[in-house]
Design a protein around this ligand. Structure first.
Ligand SMILES: Nc1ncnc2c1ncn2[C@@H]1O[C@H](COP(=O)(O)OP(=O)(O)OP(=O)(O)O)[C@@H](O)[C@H]1O
Length: 224
């Protein structure tokens, strides 16, 4: 479980998140809000990419500010732009990169790479140069690179923003099928319409925390 206790985030003298306390337990949670409302900052706090200025974030009791590495083993993070995530020139090398940190033996690495490529119908791309993939393919490979680590929770920061309709649907299906818990920051309201919980952030504060039918309508009202 992710526990956020009295968290505020400041950059210089600017307050981006103000006194947020939440327990994130549901299987599918969406974070929505206007541009600049603080959603990505919130997401980055959840796996220790960002430490809170005030308060604390814990994952199963582990404080992100004390052991970010242990937290990152539990909480994977998918960036909006896969260019931030793909580092190696060949698909299979990129997938192997994260696994090395887990110190798995080579047979287990191989098993996981084959399994994730098969599961997402990507086997033909195994030896493919990553820079020749389309934007949509890059995003799918970037997500596969997080899933292969088998984190318990996955945070997605606007995973469909750069994608065409077909790839948006593909990523939506990937998220839907995940056995893990997922927390998704998005402007794509269709993506999260069936989620269990939607948190609306406005000007750094949680203004609605409810089921989608209520929270998404409040978001639409706020944007009107
Ligand atoms: N590292 C940083 N240093 C300074 N300011 C930052 C930093 N990270 C974010 N900010 C500022 O915090 C505010 C909130 O940014 P954030 O990216 O969290 O918003 P967002 O809700 O995700 O926006 P969008 O929907 O446009 O992606 C912005 O004004 C941004 O410029």
């Amino acid at each position: 479980m992710i526990e956020i206790e009295n968290v505020s985030q400041r950059f210089g003298n600017r307050t981006v998140l103000e006194d947020i306390s939440l327990s994130l337990t549901q299987r599918r949670i969406a974070i929505v809000g206007a541009n600049g409302s603080g959603k990505s900052t919130f997401a980055r706090l959840l796996n220790g990419l960002q430490m809170p200025t005030h308060g604390r974030v814990t994952v199963d009791g582990i404080d992100t500010a004390k052991d970010a590495r242990a937290v990152r083993r539990k909480v994977g993070f998918v960036f909006q732009n896969p260019e931030n995530q793909i580092v190696y020139p060949i698909v299979e090398e990129d997938l192997a990169f994260g696994l090395r940190a887990l110190k798995l033996d080579s047979a287990e690495q191989e098993r996981r790479i084959t399994e994730v490529l098969e599961r997402y119908d990507l086997s033909a791309f195994r030896k493919h140069p990553t820079h020749l993939l389309s934007g949509g393919q890059k995003q799918i490979i970037a997500i596969a690179g997080v899933l292969i680590m088998q984190p318990e929770i996955i945070v997605f920061d606007e995973p469909t923003t750069l994608l065409d309709l077909r790839n948006k649907r593909r990523v939506a299906r990937m998220i839907d099928a995940l056995p893990q818990r997922a927390i998704v920051v998005t402007h794509d309201l269709d993506l999260v319409a069936d989620f269990e919980r939607v948190i609306l952030i406005d000007q750094g504060r949680v203004v609605v925390d409810d089921r989608p039918s209520i929270a998404l309508q409040r978001y639409l009202d706020l944007m009107a």
